[in-house]
Design a protein around this ligand. Sequence first.
Ligand SMILES: Cc1cc2nc3c(=O)[nH]c(=O)nc-3n(C[C@H](O)[C@H](O)[C@H](O)COP(=O)(O)OP(=O)(O)OC[C@H]3O[C@@H](n4cnc5c(N)ncnc54)[C@H](O)[C@@H]3O)c2cc1C
Length: 411
Amino acid sequence: MTSVRFDVAIVGTGHAGAQAAIALRQGGFDGSLALIGEEADLPYERPPLSKDYLSGTKTLSQIMLRPTTFWAERKIVTLLGRRVMQVEPGAHTLLLSDQTTVEYGVLIWAGGGHPRKLTCSGEALSGVHYVRTRADVDAILSRLSTIERAVVVGGGYIGLEAAASLRKLGKEVVVLEALERVLARVAGRELSTFFEQEHRTHGVDLRTGVAVEGILGQDGHVTGVQIAGGEMLSCDTVIVGIGIIPAVEPLRVAGATGATGVLVDQHCRTSLPDIFAIGDCAAHVNRFADGATIRLESVQNATDQALVVARTILGQPAPYDSLPWFWSNQFDLRLQTVGISAGHDSTVLRGDVKSRSFSIVYLKCGRVIALDCVNATRDYVQGRKLILDRAAPSIARLADGNVPLKELSIQ
Ligand SMILES: Cc1cc2nc3c(=O)[nH]c(=O)nc-3n(C[C@H](O)[C@H](O)[C@H](O)COP(=O)(O)OP(=O)(O)OC[C@H]3O[C@@H](n4cnc5c(N)ncnc54)[C@H](O)[C@@H]3O)c2cc1C
């Protein structure tokens, strides 16, 4: 059994963990530093997995977060292919799956999440895939030539992006969404309707309000999906995109609080001594969500929380207070979203949906709280300030796509 010690140990080699290590070194931290992750790869970008990497326009080397030599050059020890099984907060130790014991001064937990699995029969058949890691997508790519018809379960961003990528590759695609509209958890009805139409125009058989009852198979391989009402959809591939479960089990066992993920304060501290949590797994109070406790699953949140932790460790603490933003690419559409639309009581459309370049502005009590911008980067850039200013612009001017958002000051 090996035993090692690091001043800072970071669990998770995704966006949050990698960025925390980078920010610490950039900020002058010269203690010992380790990045520990269960994946075999050095840190890579996750968003392209359902976009350019799946559709074959980017390779693994093009999506690496930093060149291979970067980490060793900065004395960041990478312990890959090892899962943290246990955290002992009192002793400040971790137990890894290869039985290594890691002693830490400070622990940054950046475990992200694991894909939520289907619970119906047939989930374990070959040909059923998830889209969370490079290895997940490589498993799809290794079978690409044999894929003719895929059923995508889940009409969230990942499911829709995977569907768009597979259409680009000429595959037949069915999308099944259990709720009455796609993107229901993250966007307003107008945007859902727009993306549903776009997918259908691009040949996707998109169905909403559909419950999956089971995955059917023969000789261990998927052959179809049974949906409620009795219909059987034949397919050779199922891609599941139904969300994640925060990867925080060892922290929870160690006593960390939090209803979903791990609860952190404004400096990303957990309830356990010298342990921070950042990224997809960190539940925090967010003022852009009206003070609700939420987890954000975005590169923005992972990166910004990593910077908050690095600053705290470096002795220059500044609370997490970032305006959330996100993007999604599907077909030739670039969606950019800023703010959190949940809780809005009205919307204003800017531009013409038919032109495929428009924005939906979300308001609450007359104040702008979020924007979804489709092929409308100018609105996305200028709309940020309206949210930060809690602006209450004239609805007529807001709806006029010819009026730049930067001209709509607080009224
Ligand atoms: C297909 C896809 C497309 C996306 N597209 C977008 C997008 O367009 N825009 C956007 O903003 N966001 C997007 N996201 C979300 C974004 O990638 C995540 O929010 C971001 O990666 C979160 O970073 P993280 O470091 O918190 O978690 P992750 O990136 O999930 O990294 C966590 C790492 O920790 C590891 N780990 C977990 N538990 C343990 C353990 N016990 N021991 C060791 N290692 C462990 C995991 O294996 C993983 O490698 C996308 C995500 C996916 C999957």
